[in-house]
Design a protein around this ligand. Sequence first.
Ligand code: SF4
Length: 721
Amino acid sequence: MEKTPTPTHCPYCALQCGMNITPLPQGGVEVTERADFPVNRGALCGKGRTAAEVLSPAVRLTTPLVREGGRLVEADWPEALDRIAGRLAATRERHGPDSLGVFGGGGLTNEKAYALGKFARVVLGTSQIDYNGRFCMSSAAAAGTKAFGLDRGLPFPLEDVPRTGCVILVGSNLAETMPPSLRFFTELRENGGTLIVVDPRRTRTAEQADLHLAPRPGTDLALALGLLHLVVAEGRTDEAYIRERTTGWEEARAAAMAHWPEYVERITGVPVPRLREAVRMFCEPEAAMVLTARGPEQQSKGTDTVGAWINLCLATGRAGRPLSGYGCLTGQGNGQGGREHGQKADQLPGYRKLDDPAARRHVAGVWGVDPDSLPGPGRSAYELLDALGTDVRALLLMGSNPVVSAPRAAHVEERLRSLDFLAVADVVLSETAELADVVLPVTQWAEETGTTTSLEGRVLLRRRAVAPPPGVHSDLYVLHELAGRLGVEKGFPTDPEEVFGELRRASAGGPADYSGITYRRLAEENGVFWPCPEEPAGTSGAEGRDAASGAVSQGPAASDASAAVRHPGTPRLFLDRFATPDGRARFVAVAHRATAEEPDAEYPLLLTTGRVVSQYQSGAQTRRVAELNAAAPGPFVELHPRLAARLGAAEGDPLAVVSRRGRAVAPARITDTIRPDTVFMPFHWPGEGRANTLTNPALDPTSRMPEFKSCAVRVERVEAV
Ligand code: SF4
């Protein structure tokens, strides 16, 4: 009998492309395109198309593992869970609750992220929880919150991009990271709009641009200031908008005016005429956008850097207006939802602040605990990893692979090895799971139902299409079982819809309000944009109202008897007011400063890191897919022909890249698409070519984001043995 396809979403990046899954008679599933989801309209990249391969028992974990005599051996679930609960309890007894760490992931569903945060704070009583999303877009989140009072990656749908006049894309190679999104930018240009790409490399995305600006890594802040200087000098500011909708302009203006174009050219290497051209292209159309990604964000001054780009939008009246604004292209599949529901060190569900007494009271009420029993904010992701084996003695880790993805990775690996106890729940035996004392095999996207929130702030329903292999359970089951063993019998259901119901209540009234969203609505409406508060029964005024701005929203129409009480969701934020107490956006006065590690005689070059189209994040899943592995089998060192000539290196020659933290070896890839003073390595692989062995954990003071995008290195030829 023909099986009906199950509509769902991709397990990988934050675009969350729609796809159908159909179980095959011979076992396994088929992934096919889904044309009804407006973000990808049927397109999938190679990662999404091949996602079913990771469901195969041949490449994934199907039984718990425990360490015996130094080796991981198979165990049953009760034994593995008993061992975790016993070691967590003993560690807490001996060293106190903050000796227990919890590390989550931006790939976990909203339900799992919510349950994990609650587990850490209610069951373990620890403040030591953070997640790998800290390494993703936390600088943009911090800058957005400062400026607008609220962080939602994109405050408008991607569908607005083709209708604006100009987009400045800063540090995003979306042609490789999320290829189906490229069509929005192609359509922008077809409609007469222009695309400016800021990237030290002439990437496949930059090749599509009308103007490519290639600053030195780590100088995007100066570049944005230089553009703002020219905006002011050329009289292109929107004075009425600045007066009516912003505060703090004079300080920000003065800071920008200290950055003369010639000075900015010296810092960035971008010629003044190109700066002028960018300003003209950005300011002439009626509407324009700035979108940032990891390039400006993964810096030790990432928050200020993003703030400088937001200032540019505000000075020109291009935020909170139709088809205009600033947005962040979040990377991980649930990078957005993952930061909203309580697995971040400083946050409670609904994007509430952990140090806000009212927020603590509200969430504690939903959880049925005393607000004073909730711990305060903990360490950020890198600081937590750095504390392993010292203050933090035992770690529960879900859905993350910091051995490959963390900065200064050799040190992080050594810290993980120094733990008294490490438990990992994952789909595959990642490089981090290999170090664990207990490994739990958990379900993945097609085997479980749950929600994610895309980079647009659109909450989506992923549906279960196939049963997991025998012996595999969900992360919710893991938390339920551990909570019970640690004396908390209630409050950790295994049914995702039940968890979502509680999440809705916990988020109600908060910045990221999900209370009006149900699984039924998500299925019927192809997703709902937050905030979406639950309207009081009997009201009908919700339709068409934008909760954050009071402006008319274009949310989907409700379609059943409860239509009168459905809030439509909020595709577009800030149209009438920003989410600050006075409704005005805030300029932040920022100034250029150097990266944490500038080149010198010993380390004369800059390393920048990034992604390739056929691998995803730490590669734990995609390195197990034959087609993807064949397309991108290993790391490489991208360098300019002039630098290669200086080194006497030919294409494919093994090169050692050396920083103050270590050495990575990979073959040379010689190309004139990179600056001669910069080398590039993708970070998806472990072993001797691990790029993150080299990267600098210098942290942004606000977001605690490490400086992945820039560190000083030297490059050496490796002589064949
Ligand atoms: Fe999946 Fe992202 Fe590729 Fe879409 S672009 S198919 S969401 S990995």
